[in-house]
Design a protein around this ligand. Sequence first.
Ligand code: ATP
Length: 220
Amino acid sequence: MPINPAAPPTLHAFFGGTFDPIHYGHLRPVEALAKEVGLNQVTLLPNHVPPHRPQPEANAQQRLKMVALAIAENPLFAVDDRELHRTSPSYTIDTLETIRKERGASLPLAFIIGQDSLLTLHKWHRWQALLDVCHLLVLARPGYSQQMDTPELQQWLEQHRVTDATQLSLRPEGAIYLADTPLLDVSATEIRERRHQGISCDDLLPRAVQRYIELQGLYR
Ligand code: ATP
């Protein structure tokens, strides 16, 4: 197929998380988002959790393995394990700045977060710099306010918000897009608690991940 020189470059998105464990509340909304905004690839970035923070129940290698199992048969997804190899605290902004340098200044890049993360984004290290390196794509999540906590934060959101997804491919960074993705009331906390109580987690996460959790004796 001939390459159209006028076609905008494809938007590439990254999705960070603790993934303790990865579940359908991560996967399904992102699959819908990919259709909604035209993403060919989403790279999952499992977090390094610094020692002073509450630790995940699964270790880094187990979290990475669960991500790998969850995406094995879905070419939309890739995984980048760079944060797990770090020994020092890794902030999302540092990782995204590194990725921006690797990919060049002009490629449209996006970072995906859930609505709950948008509401607490102002507590992230150098949060305002995020829009200097990428767009933010926000997944709808049930049970979380649509409004930011303060008028200043709401104003920040409105200033950067775009409602037309085609805008995201026309510039490299700086926009916030609130996606109309399906609401899935699933959290890793709920899955861990269900496991602790011996309640089934069928339908909440992929079978291969459930099997791995069983085999490793996780979240008992
Ligand atoms: P925990 O319950 O342990 O806090 P979690 O289920 O929220 O975990 P994380 O790995 O912390 O999962 O989340 C990674 C990202 O995925 C965050 O930006 C979060 O907002 C988003 N996310 C998680 N679950 C959902 C969901 N059900 N719908 C939409 N976004 C979600």
